[in-house]
Design a protein around this ligand. Structure first.
Ligand SMILES: *Cc1c(COP(=O)(O)O)cnc(C)c1O
Length: 378
């Protein structure tokens, strides 16, 4: 009642939970780093992007659509893409929800499912949006630590899952560690997650982990279970389409997709993205090549870093999580000085870690050499 009498300031209008949210950290801006370092070429290893680009078929599809004209709104249901995704996974299209990146689906899930005060469980160190989106709608977030070897802590998960969560976000492989849950470990979490909770398996990096025979296909594990679940995947990482923003979720049932559609902006996935994703999905060879080359570099760079004395988490993804032995923001700052962008980790207990996605072998060699020099100096 008294609020109407007070003149508002922008700050006084902002919801309290919004004012308290941590900002998403996208890493340093490449243009700024280029200007500041004077480096001829910036090596950007901060966002887990693919250096190997996108399928030529996707480029063609985008060009064709642009030439045909984009004056019409996109298909609001993305039915051709939903059908292509559904067909590739043997799931009906009505159980596929599309997002402007899979982060958009994370956001829709929180809006559709969470009430203020609800509990969300996720892992630490973890993906910041698994915390920011729940907090945005007033939910509480409980974080399960990893083991000292960056592995899955079954006892800690079991204890956390016993606290009656409404939603569980589990990334496999995990960002930022790159660690992978094996089939037995995933099955244990599924068994320990109460049926009253929505279990969300974020598989943004699944393509890189699949060559490991113990990597579980989340869809195969969850398919047919009588409990609510969603598996999230994206075209941003292995498919190399991060700039065009498209990802998707596979839901346990069509009712969950319908709930997300209520909170989704109708044209959340633009037509160029829909077309590019359909074409990318059809190019198995490009994906296989990206996965193979990435795997080779992950193994090679991990070995080189360990040989130089760094502690490196075993990675099943396209990035490595490195204990630099120094404050990571200082290390990252010195790397900017030579034109290399990595992500400095800031979560408590991990302030000495950086996360670096890999690029071409030449770039990765420059990175290993510069990091080794900087940390030897430090
Ligand atoms: C990159 C990433 C995503 C989402 O990426 P989009 O570009 O929004 O599809 C989701 N989860 C994790 C863990 C990621 O690292």
């Amino acid at each position: 009642m008294s609020r109407a009498l007070e003149p508002a300031t922008s700050a006084s209008l902002v919801r309290r939970v919004v004012a308290s949210l941590p900002a998403y950290d996208p890493g340093a801006d490449p243009d700024e780093v280029a200007a500041r370092s004077g480096a001829a070429r910036v090596i950007k290893l901060s966002n887990n992007e693919s250096p190997f680009g996108v399928s030529p078929a996707a480029t063609e599809a985008v060009c064709r659509r642009l030439a045909a004209g984009v004056s019409r709104y996109p298909d609001p249901t993305g039915k051709r893409l939903a059908e292509a995704v559904g067909q590739s996974l043997a799931v009906p299209a009505e159980r596929v929800v599309l997002g402007n990146g899979s982060e958009n689906v994370l956001e829709l899930l929180c809006q559709a499912v969470l009430d203020p005060g609800d509990l969300v469980i996720t892992q630490v160190p973890g993906f910041s949006l698994h915390e920011i989106f729940p907090r945005m709608v007033g939910a509480r977030v409980g974080k399960v630590p990893v083991t000292t070897e960056f592995g899955f802590d079954a006892a800690a998960w079991r204890a956390a899952l016993a606290a009656d969560p409404k939603l569980v976000f589990l990334a496999n492989p995990c960002n930022p560690t790159g660690a992978m849950l094996g089939t037995g470990e995933l099955e244990r979490i599924v068994a320990d997650t109460p049926e009253s909770a929505l279990l969300v398996l974020d598989e943004a990096y699944c393509e890189f982990a699949r060559p490991d025979p113990d990597y579980p296909d989340g869809l195969a594990v969850l398919r047919g279970r009588k409990r609510p679940w969603m598996v999230l995947r994206t075209f941003s990482k292995a498919y190399g389409l991060a700039g065009i923003r498209v990802g998707y979720g596979i839901a346990s049932d069509a009712a969950l997709v319908q709930a997300l559609n209520r909170v989704r902006t109708p044209y959340n996935v633009n037509q160029l993205a829909q077309d590019a994703a359909i074409a990318a999905l059809g190019d198995r060879a490009h994906l296989a090549d990206t996965v193979r080359r990435t795997g080779l570099e992950i193994a090679r760079v991990t070995d080189r870093l360990r040989a130089a004395g760094f502690r490196v988490a075993p990675s099943s993804a396209n990035f490595v999580f490195i204990d630099t032995g120094r404050r990571s923001d200082e290390v990252a700052h010195e790397l900017y000085g030579v034109g290399i962008i990595v992500k400095a980790w800031r979560e408590p207990g991990y302030e000495n870690f950086i996360r670096a996605s890999l690029s071409f072998p030449e770039d990765n060699d420059v990175f290993v050499r510069c990091l080794t020099e900087i940390c030897a100096r430090g």
